[in-house]
Each structure stands twice: as structure tokens, then as C-alpha cells.
Design a protein around this ligand. Structure first.
Ligand code: G3H
Length: 228
């Protein structure tokens, strides 16, 4: 079971250091925990992954960080394809696939995010799967260090997750494309995590806003331990 926190554009470096110190007061046991802080908070810590990086060792990419900067902190974990990078920052599937392959070639553990917008969901599961298949273009779905995160865009940040039936059906379809872990993300909270992680083909969660409170995130990990 994997329980990951995506801080997005929240928390300072100081707050992240304090968060990690408090988080480590509990025994994770068999739960794999990951934390994706803002770039300014990157540090050498086994829990840490980068929310983003440019597919380059170094170079003239103003405002970006590359492998050279991640190597400084021995970071070997990265989020790729998050819906906010696709729909707010405008990353194309071609660029996302280029990024995936660069960090695959450099041995990174990749949390690869997919998810459909509401207008696609409203057309039914077949339309959803066709949309997700497009987000698999150029991606090695059997890469040994791949972790897929299914995050329906319409459930992100809304406080209302996809329904149990929607998660069950969609993860069952995604399972047909990959044998690797499949996480659910999209308004995972303390009051729904147990129901979500019990679903077949749900191998963990990627938590945004609810993870910002370290005590809530600790309780989520405890629930994951109890429902392994
Ligand atoms: O990466 C995390 C997802 O975007 C979910 O965010 P959320 O838990 O705030 O809905």
C-alpha cells in the first residue's frame, strides 16, 4: 500500500522540514510513504520526490530544474503528468512522454498521473478509457519503477471524490493496461480513505489538500496499515 502526499504550491522549506520530522514519529510498517513538496523544499530524504523537473541534465531552461539539481539531493522519485501540469501549465502528451522517458532512462521511480475531465466522465466509462489510453501514449506501462495515479480531474480539490463504483470500474480497466501499482487521487480524505483503499486494483492514494496537515496524513497512513 502506497500513501503519497502532493503539497502542490504549499508549504515553505522550513514547514516541510518540520512536517517530515513530525511524520517520522510514526512507524510506517509495510506502507510505502512519499512526499512531494515544492521545489524550494527539496531535500535529501528517502520520503521526498520532485513534483516536476525538466527532461535534461542541465542547460538553458530558465525557471526549470533538471537532473543536476535533483542529484544534489539524491532525489530519484518524480511526479509526471499531473492534471495541473497538463491543464494549467499546458504540458502536451508528447512532452510528458519525453519527460517520462528521460527520467525512466535515469532510473527514477515515476508516479505517472492520468485522469479525465468531467465532460469525458459524463460520456461514460468507454469514453473515459479512450481518454486515458491517450494519456498512455509514449509511456512504458511495464516500466519496473512505474506507479500509476488515476486522478479524475473533476474530483481534484473539490472535496468530493469519485464514487466507489466509479473508482472500482476505472481501476479495473486501467489494470488491463499495466501490472504496476495504481493509486487513486482526487479528494481523498480521512473519512473516505478506508473505503477507497479496500477497492480491488487500488494500491494506494495520492493525497493533495488533506495531506497538508501532518496529523491528518499520519492518520491516513495508520488507516492504510490497518487495511493492508
Ligand atoms: O496530487 C493530488 C491530487 O491532485 C489530489 O488533490 P486533492 O486531494 O486536493 O483533491
Amino acid at each position: 500500500m502506497i500513501v503519497a502526499a502532493n503539497f502542490k504550491t504549499n508549504k515553505t522549506r522550513k514547514e516541510t522540514v518540520e512536517y517530515l520530522k513530525e511524520l517520522k514519529t510514526i512507524d510506517f510498517e509495510n506502507v510505502k510513504v512519499a512526499v512531494f513538496p515544492p521545489q524550494t523544499a527539496l531535500t535529501e530524504d528517502d520520503l521526498i520526490g520532485a513534483q516536476n523537473a525538466y527532461p535534461t541534465v542541465n542547460g538553458a531552461y530558465t525557471g526549470e530544474i533538471g537532473l543536476e539539481q535533483l542529484n544534489e539531493f539524491n532525489i530519484k522519485r518524480i511526479l509526471i503528468g499531473h492534471s495541473e501540469r497538463r491543464h494549467i501549465l499546458g504540458e502536451t502528451q508528447e512532452f510528458i512522454a519525453e519527460k517520462f522517458n528521460f527520467f525512466k532512462e535515469n532510473g527514477f521511480e515515476i508516479f505517472y498521473c492520468i485522469g479525465e475531465p468531467l465532460e469525458i466522465r459524463k460520456k461514460g466509462i468507454d469514453a473515459v478509457i479512450e481518454y486515458l489510453k491517450n494519456q498512455f501514449r509514449g509511456i512504458d506501462l511495464e516500466y519496473e519503477k512505474l506507479i500509476v495515479a488515476y486522478e479524475p480531474v473533476w474530483a481534484i480539490g473539490t472535496g468530493v471524490s469519485a464514487s466507489i463504483d466509479e473508482i472500482r470500474a476505472t481501476h479495473a480497466e486501467i489494470r488491463k493496461f499495466t501490472s504496476k501499482p495504481i493509486l487513486y487521487g482526487g479528494s481523498v480524505k480521512l473519512n473516505n480513505i478506508e473505503d477507497i483503499i479496500k477497492i480491488k486494483n487500488v494500491d494506494g492514494v495520492l493525497v493533495g489538500s488533506a495531506s497538508l496537515d501532518v496529523n491528518v496524513f499520519k492518520q491516513m497512513i495508520k488507516k492504510a496499515k490497518e487495511n493492508k
